[in-house]
Every structure is written in C-alpha cells, then in structure tokens.
Write a protein that binds this ligand. Structure first.
Ligand code: ASP
Length: 439
C-alpha cells in the first residue's frame, strides 16, 4: 500500500505544524511520499512565503537588493528551524538560497524557493530523503508537464526510497530553467507523484475537514461532502469551490487513484473521499454540492430561422476566437443563442467591439447584453436518477423571489447551471442549500 501525501501551506506554516505532520506520517507506514507547499499563513493577516517571494522578485527587478523582504522570509524558516532543533542547518540553507536567487534573478526560480526550502527542512526534520522537483518534474516545449518523462524520472528517483519529501509547485522546463505551476500548484505535483508511483491513495492534507456542500461564507457550517466523483469535483472546483487545484485531478483520474482531503489540524476527521466513479454504496443525494461565481456577462442573440442558417454559431464563435475570449456556457434555443462570458474578458471596451463585430458577422434580429450575472452550479450524479430535482430547484429559487436569468443543464445531467443577478447570488445559494440539504 502506498499513499502520497501533499501538505498545504497552513500544514507547513511553522515548526509546530511540521511536528504534526511528523505524527501523521508516523501513524501510517503507507504514507511514503510527501509533497510539500511553501509555508502559508500562521494566522489571519500573516503572509504566505510565496507572496513574500513575489515581493522579493519585484524588489530585485526594480534594482533593489535582498534586504528586508528576504529577512522576513529567512525569519520564517529560522524560527521553524529553531523550534525543530535545526537552526544551524537552516541558516546555511538560507545563505545558499539567497545566493542562488541573486544569481538566477528569475521569477519562477525565486518563487520556487519557498517549496524548496520547506521540502529541505521537512526532510531533515523527518529524517528522510529530499527529492528536488527540478530533477523529476519536467515541462515540455509546450509549457505543459511532459508526463511520460516525469513519471519515468520520478519512478527512478523514488524507487528504493523508504520515504521521501518532494518539493511541490515547480519543475524544470525544456531549456533547463526552473518553471512553476500556477498558484496552488503543489496539489498538481502531489497528483503527478501519486500517478508515477501507482499510489493506492492520494491524501491531500489541508486545514479543512474536506469539501463542504456549499460556501461557508454564505451558509454557516454547511454539510460536509463525504464522497464525490472526480467529475463532480471538477464541476464544483471549476465554479469556485477552492480546496484542490483544478488541474490536480487529471493525473490521478487517469489511473483511478482516489483522493482524500484531510485536515492536518483534525487528523481524526474522515475528510472527503474523491472517487473515480460515483459511490455506489449508500443513498445517493440528488445534489452533491453547490458552487458559484459572480460577474459574468451574457450576450443573447435572436434571429428567426437561426436553426436553418448554417455557420451562424461558427461566425459568432469566430469573433470570440479572434479576441481570444473563452466562453463558459452556450445555452441555445431554436432561434436564440447566448454566450456566458467572464466579465473580465470583456472589459476595457472589448464588449462593445465584440457586439459590433457579431452584428456585422451574423446580423441578428436582436442582440442584448446582461452584465452582473452570477452563475450557480448545482452538481450531483444523483440528479439524473431522481425525478423532480429541477422542479424542486426552480421552485426554491422562485420562492425566494429571485428571477432566473439563464439555465444551462450540462448534457451529462451532472449539473444544472443557473444564472441570476449578482445581487441575488447569496440569497439563491442559501435557498438551494436549504432545499436540498435541510429537507
Ligand atoms: N506555494 C504556492 C502557492 O501559494 C503553491 C502551493 O502552495 O501549492 O500558491
């Protein structure tokens, strides 16, 4: 049995949390490979090391030197070292790293040092091997992870190691430079490692006891999701439920490796299990979770006999394509078609240009634009098997006095997306939650 454990920023925040990690790892011999993030916040208002490194890079770019900001970063690691009885080693490591940063002077390199240092300290404290991600995570020419090469390198490096710590968040590109993932990318590293070693489970240790059925800032203490499928997770995280980096699903899904979200601060909690397929055991709720985001724009087009006009959608999409705009949804009717787009993509006059170009391209009878739309995704495999889910959903929304602007039911029947005015967002989420989780 092999488990790959990724520990997030709050789990790596200081010496005390690292000592917790030590206990967690010791408790289970299957926890062989650990992937770590850079130290995150210790308390609200604290800085994440990665954010400090961004500041440091800016300072260096602007001709400044590694003064105060580096000191701040160094202090974080030093006090960690002191707490764990590794002061001398951490000091030496910090000196070396400072020189490396000054020599390389590159954004990706500087940012990667949080995970590098965290990994080194963790490995030293736990008395296990350290594996530099630079040697095992490879990006190809296209900027994406070269999966085959990476898996081979990882297998080779980890083979025969009893236990190891791998620094998260970065790797090396085709030109031999350090390259980072997008923010939160240690989740992706963890998934890649899990896949490479054919892990039985990918444990993602964070500071919450799993996925909640909806945003706790909107509904106080919502139910925890005990298990969900990769597909449901993808839908929920795409729509803003942020526990796992959305790209971290792909490597493990390919190999049917389940993920468990666990809480470093409450290791006895069961967390949330993410499975390749919906859990067949137990009663299936129609709705697994609710997520959403504000600030979308809907461009609505109407033209009679649109259905018979070949190339209508193609020409509209071409306008979006030429502006480099991606759209989220495209609900359509016989003579209508709408595009739901993140409002940010249309800012700075782009919306007006796009409208004009669509007019010219397809001469619609009507083109209307609704901005300030919030999207709410109601997600669950159980929906397709339960009669009346849509009716319950829409009557719950109607009963709260909210007007639905748009509906899109994914063809997989895994989700229903509802568009409402931004100002009705929270109220709608609450009403939907009440309907499906409180009754
Ligand atoms: N430290 C990086 C960040 O804050 C990556 C990670 O923690 O996964 O985004």
């Amino acid at each position: 049995m092999i488990k790959v454990c990724k520990f997030g920023g709050t789990s790596m925040a200081d010496g005390t949390t690292l000592a917790r990690i030590g206990k967690i790892v010791e408790a289970d011999p299957a926890r062989k490979f650990l992937v770590v993030s850079a130290p995150g916040k210790r308390y609200s208002g604290d800085s994440k090391v990665t954010d400090l490194l961004i500041e440091l890079h800016r300072e260096l770019e602007g001709g400044g030197h590694v003064g105060e900001i580096y000191e701040k970063i160094a202090r974080r690691f030093l006090s960690m070292g002191e707490e764990l009885g590794l002061k001398g080693e951490v000091e030496a490591l910090l000196e070396e790293t400072k020189e490396d940063i000054l020599r390389e002077k590159k954004y990706d390199f500087t940012l990667s040092r949080g995970e590098y240092l965290a990994g080194k300290v963790a490995a030293r404290y736990l008395g296990i091997s350290f594996v530099d991600a630079r040697e095992v995570i490879r990006f190809g020419e296209n900027g994406r992870v070269d999966a085959e090469r990476t898996y081979a390198l990882l297998r080779n490096a980890l083979q025969g190691l009893e236990r190891a710590v791998i620094a998260g968040f970065y790797g090396e590109d085709a030109a031999g430079n350090v390259k980072i993932f997008s923010r939160g990318g240690s989740d992706v590293t963890g998934a890649i490692v899990a896949r490479a070693v054919h892990a039985d489970l990918y444990e993602n240790w964070t500071d919450v006891s799993g996925f909640l059925a909806c945003d706790p800032r909107i509904v106080p203490s919502p139910a925890r999701i005990r298990s969900l499928s990769y597909k449901e997770l993808r839908e929920l995280s795409y729509m803003g439920a942020n526990v796992l980096h959305s790209e971290s699903i792909f490597p493990v899904r390919e190999a049917d490796i389940p993920i468990r979200i666990l809480n470093t601060f409450r290791p006895e909690d069961e967390g949330t299990l993410i499975l390749p397929a919906p859990d067949a055991s137990g009663a299936l709720r129609p709705v697994t979770g609710i997520a959403g985001k504000k600030n979308f724009t809907v461009i609505f087009l109407e033209k009679s006999l649109m259905n018979a006009e070949i190339g209508f959608a193609y020409r509209v999409l071409d306008v979006l394509f030429r502006h480099g705009i991606s759209f989220e949804h495209m609900p359509s009717g016989i003579d209508t078609m709408s595009f739901v787009i993140d409002s940010e993509e249309l800012s700075g006059g782009t919306l007006e240009e796009v409208e004009r170009e669509i007019e010219e391209a397809v001469h619609p009878d009507k083109i209307s634009v609704f901005s300030d739309v919030a999207l709410i995704a109601v997600v669950g495999h159980g929906m397709s098997r339960t009669v009346g889910t849509a009716a319950r959903l829409f009557s719950a929304i109607a009963n709260t006095g909210v007007n639905v602007r748009m509906i899109d039911q994914g063809s997989s029947e895994l989700n229903i997306i509802v568009g409402v005015d931004n100002m009705h967002y929270e109220r709608t989420v609450r009403a939907v939650y009440e309907e499906f989780f409180k009754k």
